[in-house]
Design a protein around this ligand. Structure first.
Ligand SMILES: *Cc1c(COP(=O)(O)O)cnc(C)c1O
Length: 414
C-alpha cells in the first residue's frame, strides 16, 4: 500500500519549518571592527588577510596559500601560476560552476571536457586520459558537492603525461581522500568563500600552493596582484607577463578569520546529514543515492541523487513536483546542461567576434561527448543541505522521498 501523495491531495510530509540560523555574529563584527581600526584595508599593510591565511594554512597543513577575490579568481591564479598560456588545452569536468572554465579562457587556453562517473559525478580517469593531446598542459579536477575525485588515478595520469593538477575545492571544504584533505593533493587547491559556500566572506577565495619550491609561491602570489611582487617589505614591479588584480581586502580576511572557526562544525554536520540521507534512501530500485569516492569522505555542499526513470511511473519533473508538494524544496539536476552545451562553447565564441582561442585546437563540444554527464543532469534531483537543519528535518526529507518513490516505482518485473 502506498500513501496518498500531497500533490494528489494527501497529507504533506513536512509540516514544520526547516531549521535556520545566522552565519555571522559577534565574532565577525569584532574582526571587522579590528580591521577598520587598522586604518588600512589593504592586505599587504594590514594583518587580517595574513592571519586568515595563516589559520587556513594551519587547518590544511600547507605552507603557503594566496588570498584572492573569488573562487573563479583562485582557479585563474592557479592556472597562471602553473604557466598555462595561449593554445594550451586544460581538461576539466562538464558538471561544474562557470568559475571553473573562466580562468582557462582568460589565459587563452582551451577547456576540454572529460566525462564523469555515473555514481560520483566526478571526473572519470579513463575519459581524462583519453582526452590528452600534445596540447594538454593541466587537469582541473572538480570535487563536486563535497565529494573528492579519485585523486590516485588523476595524479597517476598527471605524472605519466607531465600535467599540472589544479583542484577545484569550491564545494569541498575539509573533504578527505585517503587521509589527505582535498586541495593538498594536486599542485594547487582552489577555494571559494562566496556567499553560497560552506563559509562566506561575501566573495573571496584561496589558492594553496602545494609544491615544495618557494618560487612557486612567489609566482602565484604575484599573479593575484598584477604580477607585482609584494612579499615581505620589498615590492618588485618588474612585469614580464600579464596578470590580473584579484586581491582580497582586509574586510574579507577579517570575516574569514571568524568563519574558519565555524568550518569544522559546519562540515561535520553536513557530513552527518549526507550520510543519513544515503542510508535513509536505500532499498529502492528506482533511486540511487550519490556514491562517495572510495577512501573518501564528503562534506555535502548539496545532495544530488539519481532516478532510474525506466522503473518509475513518472518523469523527473513530476517526481520533483511531488517532492515539492510534500514540503521538500528540490530541483532537477544541478546546472541545466553540461558546460559545453552553453552557446559560448557551441559557437566557440568566448570573445565576441572571434573564435580564438578555440581555433588553435580541434576540440569538440558536440552533444554526446560526455554521455554520463548529460544523463546525470537529466535524471538527478538536487536537495539542499544546511548545517542549520535538524535531524528531524533530514528524517522528514527521507520520509518524503521514500513516500514519493514508493508511489511512483513500478511493480517488480514491469
Ligand atoms: C562556486 C564555485 C566556483 C566559483 O567561485 P566564485 O567564488 O563564485 O567565483 C568555482 N567552481 C566551483 C565548483 C564552484 O562551486
Amino acid at each position: 500500500m502506498t500513501e496518498k501523495l500531497a500533490i494528489h491531495g494527501g497529507p504533506k510530509t513536512k509540516e514544520t519549518p526547516f531549521g535556520t540560523g545566522k552565519r555571522f555574529g559577534e565574532e565577525e563584527l569584532q574582526q571587522l571592527r579590528e580591521a577598520l581600526e587598522q586604518d588600512t584595508l589593504f592586505y599587504h599593510y594590514g594583518e587580517k588577510v595574513k592571519r586568515f591565511l595563516k589559520k587556513f594554512n594551519g587547518m590544511y597543513g600547507v605552507r603557503h596559500s594566496v588570498a584572492v577575490s573569488s573562487g573563479t579568481a583562485a582557479i585563474h591564479v592557479a592556472l597562471g601560476a602553473a604557466g598555462i598560456t595561449a593554445g594550451d588545452e586544460v581538461i576539466t569536468s562538464p558538471i561544474t560552476d562557470q568559475g571553473t572554465v573562466i580562468g582557462i579562457l582568460y589565459q587563452n587556453a582551451i577547456p576540454v571536457f572529460a566525462d564523469v562517473l555515473p555514481d560520483t559525478y566526478n571526473l572519470d580517469p579513463v575519459s581524462v586520459e583519453a582526452r590528452i593531446t600534445k596540447r594538454t598542459k593541466a587537469i582541473v579536477v572538480v570535487h563536486l558537492a563535497g565529494n573528492p575525485c579519485d585523486m590516485d588515478a588523476i595524479m597517476g595520469i598527471a605524472h605519466k603525461h607531465s600535467l599540472k593538477v589544479i583542484e577545484d575545492c569550491a564545494q569541498s571544504y575539509l573533504s578527505e581522500y585517503k587521509g589527505k584533505l582535498v586541495g593538498t593533493i594536486g599542485d594547487y587547491g582552489c577555494f571559494s568563500t562566496n556567499d553560497f559556500k560552506h563559509i562566506s566572506t561575501g566573495d573571496g577565495g584561496m589558492v594553496t600552493i602545494n609544491s615544495a619550491d618557494e618560487e612557486d609561491y612567489v609566482i602565484a602570489h604575484a599573479f593575484a596582484d598584477k604580477n607585482y611582487q609584494r612579499i615581505g617589505t620589498k615590492v618588485a614591479r618588474d612585469i614580464h607577463h600579464l596578470a590580473p588584480n584579484y586581491r582580497m581586502t582586509e574586510l574579507q580576511g577579517a570575516v574569514g578569520i571568524a568563519q574558519l572557526d565555524k568550518l569544522a562544525g559546519i562540515c561535520n554536520k553536513r557530513k552527518e546529514y549526507g550520510a543519513m540521507l544515503t542510508e535513509g534512501l536505500a532499498g529502492f530500485r528506482c533511486l540511487f543515492p550519490p556514491a562517495v569516492t572510495e577512501g573518501a569522505t564528503s562534506t555535502y555542499w548539496f545532495y544530488l541523487f539519481r532516478l532510474n526513470t525506466h522503473l518509475l511511473n513518472a518523469n523527473v519533473d513530476e517526481f520533483v513536483s511531488a517532492l515539492n508538494a510534500e514540503g521538500i524544496p528540490c530541483i532537477r539536476g544541478y546546472i541545466p546542461q553540461p558546460v559545453y552545451l552553453q552557446p559560448m562553447f557551441q559557437k566557440k565564441e568566448a570573445y565576441p567576434g572571434t573564435n580564438y582561442p578555440f581555433s588553435l585546437s580541434d576540440v569538440s563540444y558536440e552533444q554526446g561527448i560526455c554521455p554520463n554527464a548529460e544523463e546525470i543532469l537529466q535524471t538527478s534531483v538536487r536537495i539542499g543541505i544546511s548545517e542549520f537543519y535538524t535531524e528531524g528535518d533530514i528524517r522528514d526529507m527521507i520520509d518524503a522521498i521514500r513516500k514519493v518513490a514508493a508511489f511512483y516505482q513500478k511493480e517488480e518485473g514491469n
